[in-house]
Design a protein around this ligand. Structure first.
Ligand code: WT7
Length: 660
């Protein structure tokens, strides 16, 4: 497998097959261009038409875009709706009541099927349960649950009563949980006793207890606990309730709370280049519209499909393509509790075979690790499974290198299935640049063209368009319905992060570098231009990891950079100065292990540095600035070609070059 940097050298083109074109909702390039032209001619009118056609409104809106308070844009603001109504009730009304909404497969392989009627009843009881605990419209509720029917139901139950959910990935630490609870001012946490992953039980409730023992969490009055494993838990009288006991007392009907289209459906915390994770605030109407449209156009979802997005509900991919998108379209989807390598690395392929999955959406990191596993152990190679039910594949979260793309295309898709390489972000709510299966000729490593109506462009540092073939900053020129509305409690940071004055405050800055092919105009994403790392498709700020490291009493100073990694896309490398003398040999190894565990405890295992280097100091300019460019070169093992004459302490580099 080559380095991920080979992306730009790939030029093979894969045209859509006649069969794909004939069944696709958006069929052919002419249809795509017609949609783009419609948006060009009447931008707000285009999205208004789609919002009327694809969502069920309680009160119809009279206006699409309101840009009077830019960059705090509003969409469909005088319309009212409910997201859970759109995902559940309307499926009961249109003949999907007995259809499977969710096929849940547990870590141990047990399968549970839940119809739309059953999911509706569960969500209504859950919503009534929340109300019985005094939770109401506008309250924030933190969800810290494993992948489960209950996790999806918890989100929909919040939506049903107009409470704003904030899902925290189950791999985050007590400290990370505490920070999010405090920032959101949440009133309740919904959690489980434990989660099951890869044959192991991992605690959740005790992590919540630890978080709630910290300062700043006094707003929490209720903890609802889903009993997943039955391992006995400590409970706090008056605060903690078992989910099954709460549900047992509730009615199966719950009138949805009709909310304005701009009502915050959820907050989702994500990393930025500075400071603590930020609470990305999403709307109800605009967000849901894009979830539905992308399900229909990018994934070409049809009633008979079995859709499987392998993400966790703790990330935006799980929000849009597990909880909201598939259900709002009346689809049948897989919800998977476990991990791709348990009981062996054939798990995904076996599940596709068993459940006759037709649309499969996963991350390049997962593909790369399964390629490796299939190379080592022939029995988990996808050729041993019947994958003929598949008709469409998707990729998300990080650039997919052409080698992984080709393997995915040939070995999983049988050279029949188009791959949609979907570029988007927590902030964008849904796909922004992506092939459409019946439209776009595919080029491995390119996310191809913008979704119809999305005005993506590449500009230089003054905000002017660059020519095709030249790299620059990826921006979006017009506001779109599913965009981030605010950073919770920090509108200034919202403006600074996404509508910087460098671009006269008029362009949405994605934070990625990109280039368009000189002849086709296809986009290729070149990675983050800020201090945000992408490790296995997970977003982390270098500053966050640095803050965690320096919080350790042994550490005097730390600098963190990313390094390309064949498996995880990027890997974290930390340069550390201890308060005591620089350790070497076995001592250095022991310290490195201790610091890795520390970061896992402070943030979560996903933030563990892969490589830790110890120095007597860090390379600094005479004015005391850490030279990160140099550190990046050292981390990659590159020859140092930069001028180091301005370095205060050039000898440090030799120390830092040595891995331990
Ligand atoms: C960052 C956003 C999108 C949901 C999951 C990640 C990178 C995402 C792609 C892609 C190249 C991609 C970007 C982006 N990214 N998708 N198809 N090709 N890069 O959401 O955690 O908000 O991360 O992921 O760098 O800015 P996120």
């Amino acid at each position: 497998m080559g380095a991920i940097n080979s992306v730009l050298q790939e030029h093979r083109v894969f045209e859509p097959s006649a069969e794909t074109v004939s069944r696709a909702t958006i069929s052919g390039m002419a249809a795509y261009k017609a949609l783009c032209a419609e948006a060009e001619a009447d931008y707000s009118g285009y999205w208004e038409r789609l919002a009327r056609e694809h969502l069920s409104w309680k009160t119809p809106f009279t206006k699409g875009l309101n840009d009077s308070n830019a960059p705090f844009f509003k969409w469909f603001e005088d319309g009212t709706l409910n997201a859970s109504y759109n995902c559940l009730d309307r499926n009961l009304e249109n003949g999907n009541a007995e259809k499977d909404a969710i096929i849940f497969e547990a870590d141990d392989g047990k399968v549970r099927r839940v119809t739309y009627r059953e999911l509706h009843a569960l969500v209504c009881r859950f919503a009534n349960g929340l109300k019985s605990r005094g939770i109401k419209k506008g309250d924030r509720v933190v969800i810290y649950l494993p992948m489960s029917v209950e996790g999806v139901a918890a989100m929909l139950a919040c939506a049903r009563i107009g409470a704003t959910h904030s899902v925290v990935f189950g791999g985050f630490s007590a400290k990370s949980l505490q920070e999010r609870i405090e920032d959101a001012g949440a009133v309740a946490v919904i959690t489980a006793d434990e989660q099951c992953r890869g044959g192991k039980n991992i605690p959740l409730k005790s992590v919540v207890d630890e978080a709630l023992g910290m300062e700043g969490t006094g707003s929490i009055h209720t903890v609802i606990v889903y009993q997943r494993t039955g391992t006995p838990q400590k409970t706090v009288e008056g605060r903690d309730v078992w989910l099954h006991e709460l549900l047992a007392q509730q009615a199966e009907q719950c009138e949805p709370e009709w909310v304005g289209a701009e009502h915050p459906l959820f907050l989702l915390y994500t990393s930025g280049s500075t400071g603590k994770p930020k609470g990305v605030q999403h709307s109800t109407g605009g967000y849901l519209l894009h979830a539905v449209l992308t399900m229909k156009w990018t994934f070409d979802l049809k009633p008979e499909d079995v859709f499987w997005c392998t993400a966790d509900i703790g990330w935006v991919t799980g929000h849009t393509y597990i909880t909201y998108g598939p259900l709002a379209c009346g689809g049948t989807e897989i919800v998977f509790e476990g991990v791709p390598t348990f009981p062996d690395a054939g798990r995904f392929w076996k599940m596709i075979q068993d459940h006759k999955v037709s649309i499969f959406y996963t991350a390049p990191t997962a593909i790369r690790s399964l390629i490796k596993a299939a190379d080592v152990t022939a029995s988990v190679h996808p050729r041993n499974y019947n994958l003929s039910s598949l008709r469409l594949l998707g990729s998300v979260g990080e650039p997919i290198n052409p080698e992984a793309w080709m393997w995915y295309y040939e070995n999983i898709g049988g050279a029949r299935c188009p791959i949609v390489d979907t570029f988007w972000q927590t902030e964008t709510g849904g796909h922004m640049i992506t092939p459409l299966p019946g439209v776009t000729p595919l080029v491995p490593g390119s996310c191809t063209l913008p979704f119809p109506g999305i005005q993506a462009a590449i500009v230089d540092e003054t905000g002017n368009d660059v020519e095709w073939g030249k790299g620059g900053f990826l921006v979006v020129k017009k506001p779109w319905p599913s965009m981030i509305r605010n950073i919770w409690g920090d509108p200034e940071r919202f403006k600074k992060s996404y509508y910087p004055v460098d671009f006269s405050g008029k362009l949405y800055l994605a934070g990625d570098g990109a280039v368009r092919d000189a002849t086709t105009g296809y986009f290729t994403i070149m990675g983050r231009i800020d201090d945000v790392l992408n490790v296995s498709g997970h977003r982390l700020g270098t500053m966050e990891v640095e803050s965690a490291l320096v919080a350790n009493p042994l550490v005097a100073e730390a600098a963190v950079v990313g390094r390309p990694d064949d498996l995880t896309g990027e890997a974290i490398v930390a340069f550390v100065v201890l308060k005591q003398a620089r350790p070497t040999g076995e001592t250095a190894k022991a310290f490195a292990k201790q610091l890795q565990d520390w970061v896992a405890k402070e943030i979560g295992p996903i933030a563990k540095p892969k490589d830790i280097r110890f120095g007597d100091n860090l390379p600094k300019t005479r004015s005391g600035k850490i030279m990160r460019r140099l550190l990046r070169a050292v981390a990659k093992g590159e020859e140092i070609v930069q001028d180091v004459s301005t370095l205060e302490n050039p000898g440090i580099l030799d120390q830092l070059k040595q891995s331990i």
